[in-house]
Design a binder for this molecule. Structure first.
Ligand code: AMP
Length: 306
C-alpha cells in the first residue's frame, strides 16, 4: 500500500567530530521516502529549486519513489546547516534557508488524494495541513516536527496535530511542545493535542512509544561506528510507516514491530554521511539486524540457545 509524504528535500552542510560535508542530498522527505521504499511504494510531495541536480532525482527515481509531486520552483533549493559535538544526540542548527519552500503551495496529483498512509515529515506545519486537507480519507496520518517549528509556528502546529494519529518527535521536542519537563506527563499532554500514539525518539537511547494501551521501549541498535546522525529520525519514520503500510495492520503489536524496523533503518543511516549507506543497502541486511534486535532485548531466548 503506498504512502504519501510531504517534507523537505534539501542540501545539507554538516559537521560532526568525524568530518564535514557541504551541500549533500538531505531533507526529511528524502530520508523518509528512501527508507520507506525498502518496504512499500512511496509518493513524494516537495519542491526543489533550479539548482537541484538531475543525479539526485535519478537516485530517488531508482528507489521507485513517485516523483509526480516533486515540483521545481524558481529559486534555490532548501538548505540546512548543522553541527554535532561528541554528544551526537543533539543537532545544533547553524543555518536554515527555506528558499523555494517559502511560497510552496502544492496541488496534489489526483492519484495521491486517495492515499491511505500519510506522513507529514518535518516542514512548515501550514504546508503539512495544506497537504493533509487534500487527502480524502487516510487510514493513518503520522507526523514529525522540530524545535524550529514548535517555537516559530506553534499555533499552526497545534492545528495540524489535531488531525494526526501518530506523532514521531525527539525527546527534547516533546518537552518543549508540552512545556513540561517530565516525559511521562509531557507525553500525556501531547497526546491530548490529538495524536493517539506518541513515538519519542531518544537518539542512541532508542525509542519510547506511548500507545493507547501500553508503553513500549525499544533500544537503539548498538553500533561501534556512528558517523553522522543526520536523518536518523526521518529514516526511522520511513521504516516505521513503511512497515505499517506494507503489513496493513495498525494494532499495537504491529506498531511495536514497526518501531524495531524503524530503529534498524536508522542504524544504517548514521553509519555514513547523507543517504550514502541507504544507497547500497540490501533487504537481507535489514532482516538480519531485525533478528539481532530481537536477541538484544529477549529475556528467555538464550536459555534455549545454550
Ligand atoms: P533528522 O532526521 O531529525 O536528523 O532530520 C535531518 C533533516 O532535516 C536534514 O536532512 C535537514 O535537511 C532537515 N531539516 C532541518 N531543519 C529543517 C526544517 N526547519 N524544516 C524541514 N526540514 C529540516
Amino acid at each position: 500500500m503506498s504512502i504519501l509524504v510531504v517534507g523537505s528535500v534539501a542540501f545539507d552542510s554538516i559537521t560532526t567530530p568525524f568530518g564535514h560535508v557541504d551541500e549533500v542530498l538531505g531533507g526529511s522527505a528524502c530520508y523518509f521516502s528512501t527508507s520507506a521504499s525498502f518496504f512499500t511504494d512511496v509518493n513524494l510531495v516537495a519542491v526543489v529549486g533550479e539548482d537541484f541536480p538531475q543525479r539526485h532525482i535519478d537516485f530517488l527515481d531508482s528507489r521507485g519513489i513517485g516523483l509526480e509531486g516533486l515540483m521545481r520552483g524558481a529559486g534555490r533549493t532548501f538548505r540546512w546547516a548543522g553541527q554535532y559535538e561528541y554528544d551526537l544526540n543533539e543537532a545544533h542548527t547553524l543555518d536554515t534557508q527555506l528558499n523555494v519552500f517559502e511560497d510552496f503551495k502544492p496541488d496534489l496529483p489526483k492519484g495521491y488524494r486517495d492515499a491511505e498512509y500519510v506522513f507529514l515529515a518535518n516542514i512548515d506545519p501550514e504546508l503539512q495541513l495544506d497537504v493533509l486537507s487534500q487527502v480524502r480519507n487516510p487510514r493513518l496520518v503520522a507526523c514529525d516536527t522540530m524545535n524550529f517549528w514548535i517555537s516559530g509556528k506553534r499555533d499552526a502546529l497545534l492545528k495540524t496535530l489535531a488531525r494526526v494519529d501518530t506523532l514521531v518527535i525527539n525527546e527534547a521536542e516533546v518537552r518543549q511542545l508540552a512545556e513540561e519537563p517530565n516525559l511521562v506527563k509531557a507525553a500525556a499532554i501531547v497526546r491530548g493535542f490529538g495524536p493517539q500514539t506518541l513515538v519519542v525518539k531518544r537518539g542512541e537511547y532508542g525509542v519510547l512509544m506511548f500507545g493507547e494501551h501500553s508503553i513500549f521501549s525499544a533500544p537503539a541498535y548498538p553500533l561501534e561506528e556512528v558517523f553522522d546522525p543526520t536523518g536518523a529520525g526521518d529514516t526511522f519514520a520511513g521504516g516505521f510507516v513503511g512497515y505499517l503500510a506494507a503489513t496493513r495492520n495498525l494494532n499495537e503489536n504491529n506498531l511495536r514491530k514497526a518501531i524495531v524496523f524503524g530503529s534498524v533503518m536508522a542504524s544504517f543511516t548514521v553509519e555514513k554521511f547523507s543517504l550514502d549507506r541507504l544507497r547500497d543497502l540490501q533487504y537481507g541486511e535489514i532482516e538480519d539486524r531485525f533478528h539481532k534486535m530481537k536477541l538484544l532485548t529477549d529475556f528467555g531466548l538464550l536459555d534455549d540457545l545454550q
